[in-house]
Design a protein around this ligand. Sequence first.
Ligand code: G1P
Ligand code: ZN
Length: 543
Amino acid sequence: MTIMTISKGPFDGQKPGTSGLRKKTRVFMEPGYLECFVQSTFNAIGGAAGKTFVVGGDGRFFNKEAIQTILKMAAANGASKAIVGQGGLLSTPAVSHLIRLGGTDGGLVLSASHNPGGVDEDFGIKYNVPNGGPAPEQVTARIFEQTQTIAQYQISDAPDVDLSALGRQQIDGLEIEIIDPVAEYVDLMSSLFDFDKIAALFSQGFTMRFDAMHAVTGPYAQVILEERLGAPAGTVINAVPSEDFGGGHPDPNPVWAKPLMDEMMSEAAPDFGAASDGDGDRNMIVGRAAYVTPSDSLAVLAANAHLAPGYANGLAGVARSMPTSAAADRVAEKLGIACFETPTGWKFFGNLLDAGKVTLCGEESAGTGSDHVREKDGLWAVLLWLNILAERQQSVAEILADHWATYGRNYYSRHDYEAVPSDAANALMQGLEARLASLPGSTWAGLTLSAADSFSYTDPVDGSVSANQGLRLTFEGGGRAVLRLSGTGTEGATLRVYLEQYAAAGGDHSLSAETALAGVRQATVEITDMQQHIGRIAPDVRT
Ligand code: G1P
Ligand code: ZN
């Protein structure tokens, strides 16, 4: 074992968020950088001695090298066991499941989620705690504290582990078990969903395209959809994880999954389309000529989950992040179950899931999940949709139309303004915040504001308060705009503007989102002085 000295913590000012630490890959490759985070994590949890960790990543550039470093450091720190996905691969929901299944002391996930990979792109590392979820703020704060004072790290001198060989190996006192990354996850999915019924759907000629976006879900989707459920070979495309995700952004939305969107909108569209992101926790759902917004997807899943065996007893409650549309709230109301509105970020669902207060949760940013793990889960959402389609024997478009006819439609779109100079973005937000109290009653672009506030959340389980979680503008007539600054952007500030317009059951549900949201959008542009602050009103990305 070697004890390496670090003269100065390389993390000055770099506080890991709950999605862990995200940086350019070359930063992670600097000597001591990754090591500093790993040693700080071990220190922050009272040392690694005698502990068991799950280790894996999404296969991006530097994944395998990072795993070798982590294993050697775990060994030198006295950890007793590491469970590692073959080839270094594990999806984020699979890590969460393995942590819970084995009752381990947590896991280390290597990923920058939906961000591109490569030597000049992004890399990330995140520590998950024993409940399988991302480290909560107290833990990331302790890790950060350690990075500020750390002076040395410990690493074994042992040679590299063979990540391709299933079975047990040893580094010093550390037992390393290389496992099939897919097997346990497939078992979990087959316990929740009616695989026979879905297989029967495929054997009736139901067609599907799953775009794995050259990322980690390729092997999972091939085993589940093609091998277990009998979908024809070729159902899963871009199925081999590549270090740079085929040069694209592994981000499952209509912008980055455009080839899939184009196919789904074409004459030759299959019945069902889906995609997942770099590390497998996000999802996109699209029917033939029918894109399903993540907010609508959460609502449809909540309304129909009881059709799948794993949820046959109904839902304890649902939770959505505040900027997610209120579509799920209407379902919860009808089902007579609780609905929680949390700040953006999956970590806020953890307490609600652990306390059994909610069964399903979701975010507008393409994350949906349930109490089966403590991360959002892309393939899980796809399989729940398939189970519902198999039970209802209707198309996605029919299910959506039926849903809107029952609950009304929450037209929805998120507009992102990227790489905004931080000063300008802050001035826009602060300017608006200062005027919030004076806004109700005023009219903008023909819409009258009924309420305006800054969202603050009190966790119903532990009572902790998270303030300043986004500015909300509520309009008479069912319109809403939310503004917040991204916590995950890497360049300048990313201003997110979330637009929503409700059209009641019995109303017109056939408008394009753009048309339905034009009023709320114009009012928001005017209220915020957007042009004046950031010099533009056209967003970079609309999802
Ligand atoms: C974004 C999404 C948020 C998600 C997070 C991590 O955060 O908006 O819903 O939980 O990524 O995947 P943001 O950049 O908006 O802070
Ligand atoms: Zn992700």
